[in-house]
Design a protein around this ligand. Structure first.
Ligand code: FAD
Length: 820
C-alpha cells in the first residue's frame, strides 16, 4: 500500500494514524521532533475541555465524533458542559446556541440561574442570569488518548519515531516523495502534516503558505480550593461540568481539589514557532516548547473575575500558570486538505482537541474514499484567497479572532480591519451612491445604497417590509425593499464582480469539464450550462455555470478558491495522463468585472447604447455572446439569479467604471437603481435559487437539494455518476424545502432548528424577507415525510415561529420574466 508519513504525534497525528489503520492502511510512519511519551506540542498541556456546540455544523459534528471516540477509548470524562450568562446579550446568545445544538443533534437545554446553581453549586448565583447545559460535553484526556492510540496503532504495525524532526519535504514532478530527517530521507507517497502550530514551517517546506498564527493563551492551576475538597479522588479528577464564563473570556475545570482556569481575556501574544528552537530530548510538564512563562500581569483582572463567579476561589491561590501556544486562523476554522501544487502533501492543522478525532476521520476518508462524509468547506486549505494568505493578513485576522473568541457575533458582522483589500472597478461609484459595505473573501460588497433612501417614500404599501426584531435588523436596511421593488418593476444594476470566475481553455477543456461536471457542456459556442461538481459519493462539491465562449475557451462561474484548486489539480492530472489533452485553468476574477443588469426594463437600457441584438431571438435565456455596450467590449450572458430579464455583463477591470457609467446614464430615463446584496439574497430565494455552502454542500446529493435537473444522466460518465446511479427525485429521505412564515413578519436568519409535531427534524439553510411575496422565506432540510402544506415551527432565540412548507419557487414559477 502507499507509504504514509505523518508529521506530528499530537492528538491530530495519532488520530489520523488510527483512522487510517481502521481503514486498512498498513505502511504508516509517524514522526515527532519531541519524545513520544510527551512530544511537547499543544496537546501535551491541553486541559481538554470539549464544548461541542458551534455555529458551524461541520465543527459540531467533528466534536460529536471526538466525544464518541474518546469515550470508546475510556479517555473522556463526560461531566457535561455549562455555559453561563451574566449579561442579557449573552443570555440571548445562549438561546441562539441552543438552536445550533438542536439543529446539529446535540442534546442541550437552557436553564435558569437556580438550575445553574443546582448543576454547579460553586457558582455565584447573584450574577448569573442563566445558562446552557449540554450533558454530553466533558473533558478529554488528551495526552492519555495519544498514548493509547500510539500503543494500539503500533500493534497494528505503525512505526513511530520520536525525537526525529522533519527538516524538509522532498517532491518531484509535483508529487511528494519523502521527508528529510537528520537520520536520512524517509520515502513517502503521502505526507500528512499534523504539526500543529509548527504548520507554517512545515508548509513552507513544500512552498505552501499555511494561514495560521501561533498565539499564547493563559492557563493557571490554583492551589487547593476548600469547596472542592473531597469531591474528586484523582489529582486530575472532575465531577462538576466544565464551565464557560464567556462574558469575561474565561473557562474552568476541576483538577481534583484544584481549579484550572483558562483565559482569553488578555492581549494577543503571537509567537513564531521557528523561534522556539529545537524540542529538547527531555520534555516534561514544565519544560516544553509550547509552554511559555506565565505573565502574571495579564491574569490580574481575570483572577478577580474568577473570584466573582466562583467565590470559593477567594480562599485559593494561584499555584501554577503558563502561556500555552496553539493555532489561530483568519476565520477560526481548521486547515485541512491537500496542497494545490504538490500531490500527496496533506495538512490537518489548527485543530482543537475538541475536533481532533472528527478531523482525523475526515482526512482518512479523503485518502481512502476520496471524500469525507462531513462537509469540509469551512476547513478546506484552499478556501482562502491569495490576499488572505499574506502573513500580515493572517496575523491581524487571527489575532482578532483570539480577541473575539467568546464574543457575541452577528452572522453578518464584518471585520473592521483589514478592509478595502479588494474593490471592484465600480467602487468609486458605489461610494458616491452611499454604498453600505460588508466584506467577503476580501471584497468590499455593497449591501444597499443610501442614495435609494430617497425612494422609500415612493415604495408602494405592499412592498413595505415589516419592522424587524433588533437582532435581524442588524446589518439590514429597509432600503433593500426599494432595491428589490425597482428590480422587479424597473431595472437595477448589481455588482457581481466578487463571484469567482475561471477561464478554462485549451484542447483538453471540454474533456475536463465533461468529466468533472454533471452537465453536458459539449455544446456549440454561446451555450451556458448550469451544472454541479459532485464528489465520489455523489455529494455536491459546487454548482457552476459553464459558458462556452469558443471551441476551446470556457468561462466558469464558480464558488471560490476551492473550485479553482479542484480544477487546477484535475487539469494537471489530465495532462499527465495525456499531454495532448492539456487545459489551462486561470482565475480571471480580479482582472475582470461584472454587472448584473436585471429588471423588466433592462432591454430598454442596453438597446439605447448598443447596436447588438439583445432581443429574445438575438440572445436567448442561458446563452452568451460578445457585444459592445456604450463603446465597451463585453461578454454578456443571459442569466439572472434574481429571476428577471437581463444579463450578466462582463468586461475587463480597466473598462469597468466606464461600463458602469454608460449603463447608469442609459438607465436614468427608466428609473435605474444600484442594488446591493441584501436585495439580491432575498430575490434569489424568492426564485428558489440555491447557494452552495449553505443550501447544499458535499453532505447533500442533487436530488435532496432539488438540483436533480442539473444532472445529465445520459452523459456517459462524470465524477460521482456511479454513486448516484438509480437515485431520483423520489429517493431521498430528506429534502430542501421552501418555508414561508405564517405571520408574515417574523424573521429568521439561518441555522435555526425546524420542528415538526414538536420534534426537531431539520434546520434552516438560507432565509430572507421575500419582498415580492410579502413574507419571510426560509429554506430548510426536512424529512421527505414533511410535505407541502405541512405546518412546522422554526425556533428563533428560544421562541417558535410558525411556518408552512410551500411549493417553490415562490416567484414566477413559469419563468415568464426570465424568458421574456
Ligand atoms: P500538537 O499537539 O502541537 O502536535 C503537533 C506535533 O507536531 C508536536 O508534537 C510537534 O512536536 C510536532 N512537530 C511539529 N513540527 C515538526 C517537525 N518539523 N518534525 C517533527 N515533528 C514536528 N483545545 C480544546 O479542544 N480544548 C481545550 O480545553 C483546550 N485548551 C487549551 C489550553 C491551552 C493553554 C492551549 C495552549 C491549547 C488548548 N487547546 C484546547 C488547543 C489544543 O491544545 C490544540 O489545538 C491541539 O492540542 C492541537 O493538536 P495537534 O495534534 O494539532 O498539535
Amino acid at each position: 500500500s502507499s507509504r504514509v508519513v505523518i508529521i506530528g504525534a499530537g492528538i491530530v497525528g495519532t488520530n489520523v494514524a488510527d483512522e487510517l489503520v481502521q481503514r486498512g492502511w498498513t505502511n504508516i510512519t509517524v514522526l515527532d521532533q519531541g519524545p513520544l511519551d510527551m512530544p511537547g506540542g499543544s496537546t501535551s498541556h491541553a486541559p481538554g475541555l470539549v464544548f461541542q456546540t458551534n455555529a458551524s455544523k461541520t465543527m459540531s459534528l467533528f466534536a460529536k465524533y471526538t466525544v464518541q471516540k474518546l469515550l470508546s477509548l475510556d479517555c473522556f470524562n463526560q461531566v457535561g458542559g455549562l455555559e453561563v450568562a451574566t449579561t442579557e446579550a449573552r443570555y440571548e446568545d445562549l438561546k441562539r446556541k441552543l438552536g445550533y445544538a438542536q439543529s446539529w443533534g446535540i442534546e442541550a437545554r437552557l436553564v435558569d440561574a437556580a438550575e445553574c446553581k443546582r448543576i454547579y453549586p460553586l457558582l455565584n448565583e447573584e450574577i448569573v442570569l442563566g445558562g446552557l447545559h449540554i450533558p454530553s460535553d466533558g473533558l478529554a484526556l488528551a495526552a492519555r488518548s495519544v498514548q493509547l492510540l500510539i500503543e494500539r496503532t503500533r500493534e497494528a504495525g505503525v512505526v513511530y519515531l520520536g525525537s526525529t524532526p522533519v527538516t524538509g519535504v522532498e517532491h518531484d514532478g509535483g508529487r511528494v516523495t519523502g521527508v528529510q530527517t537528520p537520520g536520512g530521507v524517509i520515502p513517502a507517497d503521502i505526507v500528512i502534516s499534523c504539526a500543529g502550530f509548527w504548520g507554517v514551517e512545515v508548509g513552507a517546506m513544500v512552498g505552501m503558505q499555511i494561514p495560521l498564527l501561533p498565539l499564547a493563551h493563559q492557563y493557571v492551576k490554583t492551589g487547593p480550593v476548600p469547596e472542592l475538597k473531597g469531591r474528586n479522588e484523582l489529582p486530575n479528577g472532575a465531577t462538576l461540568p466544565i464551565l464557560r464564563h464567556q462574558d469575561q473570556d474565561l473557562y474552568y475545570r476541576e483538577h481534583g481539589e484544584r481549579y484550572g482556569i483558562g483565559s482569553y481575556a488578555h492581549r494577543p501574544m503571537p509567537v513564531v514557532a521557528a523561534d522556539l528552537g529545537l524540542t529538547p530530548k527531555h520534555v516534561d510538564e514544565h519544560n516544553m516548547p509550547s509552554r511559555l512563562d506565565f505573565t502574571f500581569e495579564d491574569f490580574a483582572e481575570p483572577w478577580e473575575a474568577s473570584k466573582e463567579i466562583l467565590p470559593g476561589l477567594r480562599e485559593a491561590e494561584i499555584e501554577d500558570g503558563f502561556n500555552g501556544i496553539f493555532s489561530f486562523t483568519p476565520d477560526g476554522g481548521p486547515i485541512v486538505g491537500q496542497s494545490r501544487d504538490v500531490e500527496g502533501f496533506y495538512v490537518a492543522e489548527a485543530v482543537w482537541v475538541t475536533h481532533s478525532a472528527g478531523v482525523a476521520r475526515a482526512v482518512a476518508q479523503l485518502l481512502t474514499d476520496g471524500a469525507s462524509e462531513i462537509d469540509l468547506g469551512e476547513c478546506d486549505v484552499d478556501r482562502f484567497e491569495d490576499v488572505q494568505l499574506a502573513p500580515s493578513y493572517v496575523s491581524e485576522t487571527s489575532q482578532q479572532n483570539f480577541v473575539e473568541i467568546y464574543d457575541v457575533l452577528h452572522p453578518l458582522q464584518p471585520k473592521e480591519s483589514p478592509r478595502n483589500l479588494r474593490v471592484s472597478p465600480f467602487n468609486a461609484r458605489h461610494r458616491e451612491l452611499g454604498g453600505y459595505f460588508l466584506e467577503g473573501a476580501g471584497w468590499e460588497r455593497p449591501y444597499w445604497f443610501e442614495a435609494n433612501a430617497a425612494l422609500l417614500d415612493e415604495l408602494p404599501a405592499e412592498w413595505q417590509p415589516p419592522a424587524r426584531d433588533s437582532w435581524s435588523a442588524r446589518y439590514s436596511s429597509p432600503i433593500a425593499a426599494v432595491e428589490a421593488w425597482k428590480t422587479r418593476t424597473a431595472v437595477a444594476m448589481y455588482d457581481m464582480t466578487p463571484l469567482k470566475r475561471l477561464e478554462i481553455s485549451g484542447p483538453g477543456a471540454v474533456a475536463l469539464l465533461q468529466r468533472l461536471t454533471t452537465g453536458d457542456v459539449a455544446k456549440k459556442p454561446g451555450a451556458v450550462t448550469y451544472c454541479l461538481l459532485l464528489n465520489d459519493h455523489g455529494g455536491i462539491r459546487s454548482d457552476i455555470t459553464v459558458a462556452r465562449l469558443d471551441e476551446e475557451t470556457f468561462q466558469v462561474g464558480a464558488n471560490g478558491n476551492i473550485d479553482l484548486a479542484y480544477f487546477t489539480r484535475e487539469a494537471r492530472r489530465q495532462r499527465a495522463e495525456d499531454p495532448t489533452q492539456w487545459a489551462q485553468v486561470r482565475d480571471i476574477t480580479g482582472g475582470t468585472c461584472c454587472i448584473g443588469l436585471w429588471g423588466p426594463l433592462a432591454r430598454e437600457v442596453v438597446s439605447a447604447i448598443s447596436s447588438d441584438d439583445f432581443s429574445n431571438d438575438g440572445l436567448r435565456y442561458f446563452r452568451a455572446k460578445k457585444a459592445t455596450i456604450g463603446g465597451v467590449p463585453v461578454t454578456v450572458m443571459r442569466l439572472s439569479y434574481v429571476g428577471e430579464l437581463g444579463w450578466e455583463i462582463y468586461t475587463t477591470a480597466d473598462n469597468g467604471q466606464r461600463l458602469w457609467d454608460v449603463l447608469w446614464a442609459a438607465g436614468q430615463p427608466h428609473g435605474i437603481v444600484a442594488a446591493g446584496r441584501a436585495a439580491f439574497s432575498a430575490l434569489r430565494l424568492e426564485k428558489g435559487y440555491r447557494s452552495w455552502g449553505t443550501d447544499m454542500t458535499t453532505e447533500h446529493d442533487p436530488y435532496e437539494s432539488g438540483l436533480g435537473f442539473a444532472v445529465k444522466t445520459a452523459k456517459e460518465s462524470f465524477v460521482g455518476k456511479s454513486a448516484i446511479e438509480g437515485w431520483t427525485e423520489d429517493t431521498p429521505g430528506r429534502r430542501l424545502r421552501c418555508l414561508t412564515v405564517d405571520d408574515g413578519r417574523s424573521m429568521v436568519l439561518g441555522k435555526e432548528p425546524v420542528f415538526y409535531k414538536d420534534e426537531p427534524v431539520g434546520y434552516v439553510t438560507s432565509a430572507a424577507y421575500g419582498y415580492s411575496i410579502g413574507k419571510p422565506i426560509a429554506y430548510a432540510y426536512l424529512p421527505s415525510t414533511v410535505t407541502e402544506g405541512d405546518a412546522v415551527e422554526i425556533e428563533y432565540f428560544g421562541a417558535r415561529v410558525r411556518a408552512t412548507v410551500t411549493p417553490e419557487p415562490l416567484f414566477d414559477p413559469e419563468m415568464k420574466r426570465l424568458r421574456g
